[in-house]
Design a binder for this molecule. Structure first.
Ligand SMILES: Cc1ncc(COP(=O)(O)O)c(C=O)c1O
Length: 483
């Protein structure tokens, strides 16, 4: 019985650490072992409970209404607000888009107006729900341009989006202007606060300069806030709030058109584990307002000190003036961000590479957690060493032959053989795996230790080509392991 658990722990040791403040993307670490334990135990005790039917599991209903209530309080919501706990930021965004679309059954080819920096979850929603994304270029500070957003709104627009903040650059869009323009035209305005929603209100209370973005802003009709990010809850929860029950109504799905139970869902999932909701509830209850305020003070102290350290590193510069806990750093011509990421990984720090996009340079992304604060001196020391090592090897280059090959490809008409050739050239699969449908266990995928060359190659490709290449890679990565 214990064998599988021992094996799990051993397998997990090869993953990125979720505690310790050294992983600056994907995970959000309070640095409080008791909070982690409480979250874990709550998840475990509700792992088998089913959120499908709130009347059958009334404790889950109570937790959901309390979690939504706490979120509404934090986000300055009016009495009319309603909300739903979803499985994560992407599900909240999907539901916001689906709800906006279905509120207008008369609009045949619905559109949504997005700043170019909006999260990719909106592109997924566009793809799933047939809502055309109208991408509006942002200003030089990476904040949405309200005049350009307003000009893009028309009679087919069902939703306008702003971020608080954007993931890639950590800046809050001018929500007041965007929401006002949307309201004037009777269009819904969603604020994607998935990543900032739980820290920005506390940052404002601590006296930091935070642009307005909550329900206090007129015209904001819905907001998404992830609990599994800066509420430091276990993975699997986000909250989607609508200003009124009428605005939420199209989100619900019911079907009695079959002989079984009447399916009645507020989210995309039907059967859903009670674990994540219980984990979030327990963590939120345990931390309370005071706990979150302390964690917010810590995380911003870490952010300020890291930003100061970056400012003192000649080869590095921030690309934006972030409003929240996310930092995007570029390098000068003496090195490149991808090699800096590799060199940080070699020193036990995970920082995330971001590709160049729409004229903006490639960067190193940092999602700073409260748990990083005590380790800031080590972080800055590692960063200094990583930059020096990256300068010593010089900026990463792509073989001109590979670059030319990529430039000549059309991602829409690529064959499996083309993909295999590219994956081999990129070092993503071993040559023996190319064209071999029996790459079943994935063990022949030769993911290199250092990713700079691969990232530099992807960076040269168009976004459509990046998507095609990575999908081909993932397709080969996720194959059954049959022994
Ligand atoms: C602004 C924003 N929106 C949406 C998401 C999607 O969240 P998730 O990864 O939980 O689906 C993220 C994730 O980082 C985000 O930063």
């Amino acid at each position: 019985m214990t064998d599988a658990l021992t094996q799990l722990r051993s397998m997990q040791s090869a993953d990125l650490p979720v505690h310790g403040g050294r992983t600056l993307a994907y995970v959000y670490d309070s640095g409080l072992p008791d909070i982690d334990r409480i979250g874990r135990e709550a998840v475990a005790s509700y792992a088998g409970s089913n959120g499908l039917d709130p009347t059958a599991f009334p404790s889950l209903l109570r937790m959901e209404t309390e979690v939504v209530g706490m979120t509404a309080d934090l986000l300055e919501a009016p009495e009319t607000v309603v909300g739903t706990v979803t499985s994560g930021g992407t599900e909240s965004v999907l539901l916001a888009v689906q709800t906006a679309r279905d509120a207008h059954p008369g609009i045949e080819r619905p559109r949504m107006v997005l700043p170019a920096t909006a999260h990719a979850a909106f592109h997924k929603a566009a793809h799933y729900f047939g809502v055309e994304p109208v991408l509006v270029p942002v200003g030089p500070d990476f904040r949405a341009d309200p005049a350009a957003m307003t000009a893009a709104m028309d009679e087919r627009t069902v939703l306008v989006v702003a971020s608080a903040p954007s993931y890639a650059h950590g800046v809050v869009d001018p929500v007041t202007e965007i929401a006002a323009a949307a309201a004037e035209r009777g269009i819904r305005c969603h604020v994607d606060a998935c990543i900032g929603g739980w820290v920005l209100p506390y940052a404002a209370r601590l006296g930091r300069d935070v642009p307005a973005w909550t329900f206090a802003v007129e015209g904001v009709t819905s907001i998404s806030v992830d609990l599994h990010k800066y509420a430091y809850a276990p993975k699997g929860t986000s909250v989607l709030l609508h200003r009124t029950p009428q605005l939420r109504r199209p989100q619900f799905f019911a079907s009695a058109a079959w002989p079984g139970y009447t399916m009645l869902n507020s989210t995309m999932q039907s059967t859903k584990s009670g674990g994540p909701l219980a984990g979030a509830w327990a963590v939120m209850r345990s931390l309370g307002d005071d706990g979150y305020e302390r964690l917010t003070r810590d995380v911003f102290e870490a952010v300020d000190r890291i930003r100061a350290g970056i400012g003192e590193t000649a080869e590095l510069a921030e690309v934006s003036d972030p409003d929240s806990t996310l930092i995007a750093v570029r390098t000068d011509a003496s090195c490149d961000p991808f090699t800096v990421c590799d060199e940080m990984a070699a020193r036990g720090w995970y920082v995330q590479p971001q590709m160049s996009y729409a004229g903006a340079p490639a960067t190193v992304h940092l999602s700073v957690s409260a748990a990083t604060l005590p380790h800031v001196p080590e972080f800055l020391e590692a960063l200094g060493e990583a930059v020096a090592a990256a300068v010593a090897v010089g900026p990463v280059t792509v073989d001109p032959g590979v670059a030319e090959f990529i430039a000549g490809l059309d991602p829409l008409v690529l064959s499996d053989d083309d993909f295999d050739g590219l994956l081999v050239a990129a070092g993503l699969i071993g040559a023996d795996a190319a064209g071999d449908p029996s790459t079943s266990s994935g063990h022949r995928l030769a993911l290199p230790q250092r990713m700079a060359e691969v990232n530099a190659m992807l960076d040269l490709a168009t976004p459509a080509m990046r998507e095609a290449l990575l999908v081909a890679f993932l397709d080969r990565l996720i194959r059954p392991s049959r022994h």
